[in-house]
Write a protein that binds this ligand. Structure first.
Ligand code: ZN
Ligand code: ZN
Length: 441
């Protein structure tokens, strides 16, 4: 049976939606999103509807809510759960924990969510820890294929362990970082021990772009470490980290780290340094690069930031796809938009639609950059071979934007790789120009 997991770090984060639905005697997602000061713990979700829907699905999976389409109702269990609440929305009482434990115990496979929790509990009780636990969990809930990277599986396992701890079902010590329980107590567990001490990965280009955007916005009146903007960016970076499979531990991009990064940017800001001040250290080399590429083009920066935020909300970005394909260089605009571009141009439906339209118009398939015709060269066997390239600039990819066939170009695999060979991707006409100027020489 397939399990279901959510990007919700703590169990009690569901309290807000559960209480709100009960107080309103039923509500739809839009209403819950409008009340995101009550329904989300941060009180200010960037994309309230998306966040609230995740929380509702999680709470429904636990048996507290009943969601049909956008309509959400309280279940009987949910009503009992609400009756056992305290004044603090974000505190789960012993009575509430007991209810959830009981429900889980009675319905271990009742929903995909309960199945995930009961599977993880069974594995922990069975003595698994560290990497073994992570792998066994992924396999028990059939996520082995879907969780492509180790950090993604570790992240979701950690969320699950935290729920079990919150419910008092397992002790509060670190299952993932302690050595395995096999007699020797050494061996592979050494890896996970190292993981805990390992520092978070260096800031990616996507993250630096988002941080630069906030830096430039707050330059005139610098934000405080615990300001809403900093906390929001911190939580968004965690969501991005999960989407890209890089979240390492609880301290990942916390408000302190985000604040320090903003201070790092001062080092590159002539407005700041002209007074002889130096900012907070140099940070890493990539900061200077991102500063150079974007600081002077606010409109483009704003477009890229909007597109990155929209892309993280796209269900398809968590689709399994190889991130590092030979010959495809990550675009200046970062990893998530690169991934979205590749997902869109690999869509079977779009590829077939484009090929048909192109055939109807030209009678055959050929590369729009170099003119190469597979059928001509190799015969009918190869007549279907051609790739599709999405020509829209990355920063104009809008949320759920529908790709039009006119946005696509037919390219042979060689020309497609040339397009993607530099971090500033080439246009199809630039590739054509390369070919022409190269012939002349
Ligand atoms: Zn070509
Ligand atoms: Zn492409």
């Amino acid at each position: 049976m397939k399990g279901q997991v959510f990007t919700v770090a703590k169990l009690h984060y569901i309290n807000g939606v559960v209480y709100c639905v009960a107080d309103l005697k039923g509500a739809d997602i839009a209403t819950l999103a409008r009340h995101n000061d009550l329904t989300t713990k941060s009180g200010s979700a960037k994309h309230p509807a998306v966040r609230v829907r995740t929380l509702v699905r999680f709470a429904a999976g636990l048996g507290l809510l009943d969601a049909t389409g956008d309509q959400v109702k309280t279940t009987d269990l949910g009503a009992l759960f609400c009756a056992a609440r305290t004044v603090d929305t974000w505190e789960m009482t012993d009575r509430q924990k007991e209810m959830l434990r009981h429900h889980l115990d009675e319905n271990p496979q009742g929903t995909a969510t309960l199945h995930s929790l009961s599977s993880l509990l069974r594995l922990v009780k069975g003595g698994l820890q560290g990497e073994d636990l992570v792998n066994a969990y992924a396999s028990a809930i059939e996520k082995t294929g879907a969780w492509r990277s180790k950090v993604t599986s570790v992240g979701f396992t950690k969320f699950g362990l935290d729920y079990l701890k919150e419910l008092g079902l397992i002790p509060g010590n670190e299952m993932l970082s302690r050595g395995a329980t096999n007699g020797s107590g050494r061996g592979r567990s050494g890896d996970s021990e190292g993981d805990r001490k390992k520092r978070n990965p260096k800031w990616s280009r996507d993250e630096l772009i988002l941080a630069l955007d906030l830096y430039l916005q707050q330059k005139q009146s610098p934000v405080a470490k615990d300001s809403k903007d900093v906390l929001e960016l911190s939580s968004f970076l965690n969501r991005l980290g999960v989407a890209l499979g890089v979240v390492q531990n609880e301290a990942y991009r916390n408000s302190n780290g985000v604040y320090m990064k903003l201070m790092n940017f001062r080092h590159h800001d002539p407005d700041y340094t002209q007074g002889g001040r130096v900012g907070l250290g140099r940070g890493n080399r990539d900061e200077a690069v991102v500063w150079q590429e974007f600081a002077a083009s606010p409109a483009r920066l704003a477009g890229v930031v909007r597109a990155i935020k929209a892309a993280v909300m796209e269900p398809s970005v968590s689709q399994t796809i190889e991130l590092d394909e030979p010959g495809f260089v990550q675009a200046e605009e970062g990893a998530i938009l690169t991934r979205l571009h590749r997902i869109r141009e690999r869509s079977r439906k779009l590829i077939e639609g484009k090929k048909k339209a192109f055939r109807d118009a030209h009678g055959k398939l050929f590369c729009e950059a170099c003119g190469f015709d597979f059928c001509d060269k190799y015969g009918a066997t190869a007549s279907h071979i051609i790739e599709v390239h999405h020509t829209k600039p990355l920063h104009t990819l809008e949320e759920r934007a529908v790709t039009k066939l006119d946005d696509l170009a037919m390219l042979c695999p060689n020309c497609h790789r040339v397009v993607h060979s530099k971090k500033q991707w080439l246009t199809v006409s630039q590739v054509k120009d390369l070919i022409v100027s190269n012939v002349k020489n």
